[in-house]
Design a binder for this molecule. Sequence first.
Ligand SMILES: *Cc1c(COP(=O)(O)O)cnc(C)c1O
Length: 549
Amino acid sequence: MVSEQKTADASFESLLRIFTVPEGPDSTLTQIEDELSRNLNKFLREHIVAEEKPLREIEKDFSSPVIPEQPEFVSDHTQHLLDTLVSHSVHTSAPSFIGHMTSALPYFLMPLSKIMIALNQNLVKIETSKAFTPLERQVLGMLHRLIYAQNDKFYSQWMHSANHSLGAFCSGGTIANITALWVARNNALRPQNGFRGVEKEGLFKAMKHYGYEGMAILVSERGHYSLKKAADVLGLGQDGLVAVKTDSNNRICPESLQSKIQELKAKSIKPFAVVGVAGTTETGNIDPLAEIAAICQQENCHFHVDAAWGGATLMSNNHRHLLNGIELADSVTIDAHKQLYIPMGAGMVLFKDPSAMKSIEHHAQYILRKGSKDLGSHTLEGSRSGMAMLVYASMHIISRPGYELLIDQSIKKAAYFANLIKQQSDFELVSEPELCLLTYRYVPENVRQAVAVASEAQRADMNKLLNDLTKFVQKRQRENGRSFVSRTRLNPIQNGSLNTIVFRVVLANPLSSCEILQSVLEEQREIAQTDAPTLLTKINQLADKILAN
Ligand SMILES: *Cc1c(COP(=O)(O)O)cnc(C)c1O
């Protein structure tokens, strides 16, 4: 027997092998692939360790800036990845991982993703994507119809029209929002009387031409941080994103929106776009979209709806009414990698008017020629993968009624969890779920009684201690590794608008059972009562002091 080679070599011959010869049937990589295909959940459960390894420790495995001079065998390296990377990644599809919008994926997406990667299409131009281009345009058409419900003639006329576009597929909600506001900005500062448009002459000359002192985008104070990035990259500055007050349900106050618009106009600042949020990231609430639409119409503003997370609700005929008014939007963002259960990297922006995107059209000589159907002429991004194929496949395999079931069960489960929280004497629901997202915190019963009679200063002191407790419980629960909820900071009116740290739960995973939700609360109670004795003593002392007066 030939002695086995211990190290790989960097010969051209072995390089050719990685392009042509698959790994052998007994190799680590093949075994992993088998495990993955046979039982994905088991694989993830077994390979992601539950207990927390400090990030500082993990960083040690990833500290060398040297590009290796010595090649490794694929199987050896795969084992290395399993040990250092996979094992310390996050089990986002665990049914007890209920803290974020990233959740479980249907099985069929694994082999389909492999096909997508094998084909390695580049959607920027037809020459490298062919059938993927009409497929992506169809996916955009499906989402467009889901929102705007135009007739068949509309879609047969515009879906595949070279010089029009129903929207853009992109890496996520951030790029989708930037694209929508880019279009809005360019349309607001369009060519006029010898001025050749902001896209040609830039913001400085555009402002001089139109006589504006500034440009503004308005959104509720619960707006997503991607909008601030958008204001920045579009040259308005972060101050160009103006926050509008919300009510006790985290929805924008239309009167405040009106008065902010008038304030800006009085300073010659052009409010060119208003963003309505359909599913706020922190609390899951939906703005009164029809009311915002009416204000935008009257003020001649672009109306954008950020439905990155909540947009999938339109799939449910039982709940789509919650987003009434979305069909009045000029543009809408939807992330398929949130509630449409697609892997990360599937954002979309849809435009009501198939001509709207002309204001950002770009052409080049070797690709994106005028009149070509190249998708790259209407996207911020250049090279893009064939992700749309996974959305297309899911739309067919799951179908609209299937998504309806997924959406309905998640909303029902959130209502169940909200009720469960309300039944506990030591938990407090902070924001009611409108969709499948809610926030709450742990407040021992004696503390609740004390807060009810506390002075303003005492209430603020107690709130600080409770914030520390919430933070502590959330971190400890994550470290324990059995379940995960996230946390955020709100200013609920019902808590005197104080900075309030809350647990945040997103219930998208169909495998998250009621028992799991019960055990999440039990674990939190246990941690609060036994793992933070000093903090709890302080809280009880303050409560006693308040109640003694
Ligand atoms: C997630 C989210 C975004 C950002 O989307 P990414 O895909 O993370 O870029 C924007 N807006 C809202 C409301 C979101 O929930």
